[in-house]
Design a protein around this ligand. Structure first.
Ligand SMILES: CCN[C@H]1CN(CCOCC)S(=O)(=O)c2sc(S(N)(=O)=O)cc21
Ligand SMILES: [Zn+2]
Length: 261
């Protein structure tokens, strides 16, 4: 158990079975997630705005992979891509998924000034300009780019776009016709960026992280719908899918840059 917060608060963060074994990469120097200390981030005026162009018809299906639920996209051509920001090439959208907690006190993977959000969205893209397959890109330092978006609970803000996903959750093996994930990304262009890794096995140090400064707002019922999912499959003793976030990793010799002053 990680003790979080001041001793008197004695918040005890759960360590999910996925992370009970000390899953560390021997010699890892750029692991994720990390705490983003706002005042230590360095404004980089040469960072470009991130350009996002997704084709909603590339959306394939939503499913539960035992770690999260994810929506996968047809990445056989450059139809849903991001370019600009800290990226040297354009990257193709492969999938997006979420991480969340059992309660609203925690759930995100990254923290900002040591504050957790109740959930975090990851939009995963790969460098198809340089690498012939996604599998190869997963192993290379500039192979992946993941956009992180924090979710914040505001009982007055029902998120229309998220509701489309929430409606599909009960039958998670659900065919999707079209879904445009840009509706889940805040319009505010501000982001932090740093060199990191996958936060699940294989934990490869292949991710350029782009963490949006502004969260999206969702309502309590929408987050509760995430917590109804299961880690387990039919016939197994039910285990609710919650707290599927990796513990914070050391910053080591890295600087987090910001696109804003
Ligand atoms: C449960 C496995 N999660 C992996 C699956 N992929 C990598 C492995 O691919 C095998 C060829 S991935 O690149 O889609 C990816 S991104 C993230 S995260 N949380 O860091 O945004 C985790 C994962
Ligand atoms: Zn993730």
């Amino acid at each position: 158990l990680q003790v979080w917060g001041s001793p008197d608060s004695l918040h005890r963060l759960p360590v999910h079975p996925l992370w009970q074994s000390p899953l560390t990469i021997p010699g890892g120097t750029r692991q994720s997630p990390i705490n983003i200390q706002w005042r230590d981030s360095v404004y980089d005026p040469f960072l470009k705005p991130l350009k996002i162009s997704y084709d909603p018809t590339t959306c394939l299906h939503i499913w539960n992979n035992g770690y999260s639920f994810l929506v996968e996209f047809d990445d056989s051509a450059d139809r849903s891509i991001i370019v600009g920001g800290p990226l040297e090439n354009q990257y193709r959208l492969k999938q997006f998924h979420f991480h969340w907690g059992a309660i609203n006190e925690w759930g995100s993977e990254h923290t900002v000034d040591s504050k957790f959000y109740p959930a975090e969205l990851h939009l995963v893209h790969w460098n198809a300009v340089v690498y012939p397959t996604f599998e190869e890109a997963v192993m290379e330092g500039n192979g992946l780019a993941v956009i992180g978006v924090f979710l914040k609970v505001n009982s007055l803000s029902h998120h229309e776009g998220l509701q489309t996903l929430v409606d599909a959750l009960p039958a998670v093996k659900h065919k999707f016709d079209v879904f445009d994930p840009s509706c889940l990304i805040p319009s505010c262009p501000d982001y932090w960026t740093y060199a990191g890794s996958l936060t699940t096995p294989p934990l490869t140090e292949s991710v350029t992280w782009i963490i949006k400064k502004k969260p999206i707002e969702v309502d309590e019922n929408q987050l509760e719908a995430f917590r109804m999912l299961l880690f387990t499959s039919d016939g197994e003793e039910e285990k609710r899918m919650v707290d599927n976030f990796r513990p914070l990793q050391p910053l080591m010799n890295r600087t987090v840059r910001s696109s804003f002053q």
